[in-house]
Design a protein around this ligand. Structure first.
Ligand code: PAF
Length: 304
């Protein structure tokens, strides 16, 4: 049975009771309009934890004045049905006034990581995300919180905030879920018409083109960016917002690919602004395996 909680006070009291009873809480923060990507996070939380809490809150603080706050899809009845299917325990769906009462004046700002990529195009966005996620962590009191890697910059920002503010929880990043044609699952895919839905595959196709170039020996970040840009330009219904080639942890642009590298992009398809990313590794780079050994070390130990 799903327990639905509507106020911040009730959520925190419930979480504290669960913690006192020795339960392990897993948390999936969302803005609703749930798709398989969200459900994969809930399933992971279900595997790892005793109590699974999902929040559904369209956070006004992370939308700019000309963004899609008013039109953002709100599908609570469907969301609850889906959460029941994946055996979530608690849905926290507060009204705006419960999270941001009159006089609210405190914000969380993660610097550095938020300066480039989406942060540069959406001023105040990550301040809104960090503020609401910090509040949600205080209310839900989870030991583990699950975020999708599709929002790669968001994931890094949350990890930084948790480390910097000594928040006592583990942040778990989960792989992006894709449709069979590569389109990353996103609540904003709902905005796409049939033709736009087809065109939106250009995001993944452009990342794949970049990956192939890197696998074939391309190390120059400018050339990799050009590959993405050309693939996207060939799709008349898509308009590139940005593509960056960056260090996967600092998110700073790199000139040369000499290790695992993030390629991140945003593009408009019709009214929808879609994002996607891929971490690529140049063919010549010897990356450590799960045991932290490089291929050279592994082959030398195989010979021993
Ligand atoms: O990724 C999202 O859906 C939102 O940014 C989040 C993390 C729920 C905060 O509002």
């Amino acid at each position: 049975m799903l327990h639905i909680i509507r106020t911040a006070q009730e959520m925190q009291a419930h979480a504290l009771r669960q913690r006192l009873a020795g339960k392990r809480l897993g948390f999936v923060p969302t803005m609703g309009c749930l798709h398989e990507g969200h459900l994969s996070l809930v399933r992971a939380a279900r595997r790892d934890c005793d109590v699974v809490v999902v929040s559904i809150f369209v956070n006004p603080l992370q939308f700019g004045p000309r963004e899609d706050l008013a039109g953002y899809p709100r599908t609570l009845a469907d969301d609850l049905a889906r959460l029941l299917e994946v055996s979530a325990d608690v849905v926290f769906a507060p009204a705006e006034g419960s999270l941001y009462p009159a006089g609210f004046a405190t914000f969380v700002e993660v610097t550095g990581l938020t300066e480039g990529l989406c942060g540069a195009r959406r001023p105040g966005h990550f301040r809104g995300v960090a503020t609401v996620v910090c509040k949600l962590f205080n209310l839900v009191q989870p030991q583990r919180a699950y975020f999708g890697e599709k929002d790669y910059q968001q994931l890094q920002v949350i990890r930084r905030m948790v480390a910097d503010l000594n928040l006592p929880l583990e942040v778990v990043g989960m792989p992006t879920l894709r449709q069979t044609d590569g389109l990353a699952m996103s609540s904003r895919n709902r905005y796409l018409s049939g033709a736009e839905r087809q065109a939106a595959t250009a995001l993944w196709r452009s990342l794949e083109a970049a990956r192939r170039a890197v696998a074939a020996g391309e190390h120059d970040a400018l050339a990799v960016r050009r590959r993405v840009t050309e693939t996207l330009r060939a799709e008349p219904l898509a308009r590139l917002d940005y593509v960056e080639v960056c260090h996967p942890e600092t998110l700073r642009p790199v000139a040369v690919l000499d290790g695992p590298t993030l390629i991140a992009l945003a593009a408009y398809v019709g009214q929808a602004r879609l994002i996607d990313n891929l971490v690529v590794c140049p063919a010549s780079v010897d990356t450590p395996d799960a045991q932290g050994r490089t291929e050279a070390a592994a082959s030398s130990s195989r010979q021993d």
